[in-house]
Design a protein. Structure first.
Length: 295
């Protein structure tokens, strides 16, 4: 049996991340010559070039780009296996990279992260907040929270809870433009769009009817929070999650409409890379988040 050259795969992953032989050598604590030999050895085994090399820059080839994620996964699984096997693997310690949506992350995840760090002082968390969908494996995240219906993938997913959504507008806008009583009337209104979700707004009636409406209006944004000032200024109607508009609804500065056609709730999922082996620190964070977000 011809065993894989795991050292060469690990060194290739380091070079792919550093985009530099010398940078990879410094990161993993070996000589530049060792790095160069390992990459050449792997290229020889695979029969492909992994990098374009010039005097000024190093870039992944098309084959290298396709194999870099595999290399990172090999390294991540090996590190997790070693940590799991160590006697101290039950102690939550080390660094965790975590991704979460921006608005939800600021309002709900950041306080939970603070509490977790107080309870686990040997853990460090790098929290990445963005409404853009991250590639968990390629970008090296240990945990990600995602508010969406998930496509089939190799990622491990755990459903935590449902996030309600509302169709909202300012009373002043409705007084001027009229209050729609059916989704088909929305085409006559100014609709504010959320650009991170593609496709039309969909509504399902009690009788099973399904209506799709394309959002068109004076503002589209990749942040739900960015739409709230436009709503308060009476610029239109938006469909937003409850955690963004609940405060304005409580104050009466925004009101819900078409409640009987309310958008279906969206699930909050906790995602992790495909490997079943996870460090104790990641398992601890998953349990912490799941217990506090499942409601």
């Amino acid at each position: 049996m011809n065993l894989p050259d795991l050292e060469a795969w690990a060194i290739f992953a380091a070079v792919a991340d550093a985009r530099s032989f010398s940078g990879a050598a410094e990161t993993i604590g070996v000589s530049k010559a060792t790095v160069s030999k390992a990459v050449s050895r792997l290229e020889g085994r695979l029969g492909v070039s992994l990098f374009h090399r010039t005097s000024r820059r190093l870039a992944l080839t098309e084959a290298g780009t396709g194999l870099a994620d595999h290399a990172r996964a090999i390294v991540a699984q090996a590190l997790a296996a070693e940590e799991s096997a160590r006697a101290g693997a039950t102690v939550a310690a080390g660094r965790i990279r975590m991704a979460a949506p921006m608005s939800f992350g600021v309002a709900h995840v950041a306080p939970l992260v603070a509490g977790f760090l107080v309870a686990h002082p040997a853990v460090e968390i790098e929290l990445h907040l963005s409404d853009a969908r991250v590639d968990i494996v390629a970008e090296g995240f240990d945990v990600a929270l995602r508010i969406a219906d998930l496509p089939d993938s190799s990622l491990r997913a755990r459903r935590l809870c449902q996030i309600e959504a509302h169709l909202v507008a300012a009373p002043a806008y409705l007084a001027a433009a009229g209050t729609p009583t059916h989704p088909s009337q929305l085409s006559d209104h100014r609709l504010l769009g959320y650009t991170n979700v593609t496709g039309p707004w969909r509504f399902r009636g009690a009788d099973g009817s399904d209506i799709a409406v394309r959002a068109q209006g004076p503002l589209s944004a990749n942040s739900g929070d960015a739409m709230v000032p436009a709503l308060l200024a009476g610029l239109g109607i938006a469909r937003l999650p409850a955690f963004i508009v609940d405060a304005e609804l409580a104050r009466g500065t925004l009101v819900t409409i078409l409640d009987e056609w309310a958008p279906a709730p969206v699930n909050l999922h906790l995602l992790t890379p495909p490997s079943a082996l996870r460090p104790a620190r990641v398992e601890a964070l998953i349990a912490w988040l799941a217990e506090r977000l499942r409601g």
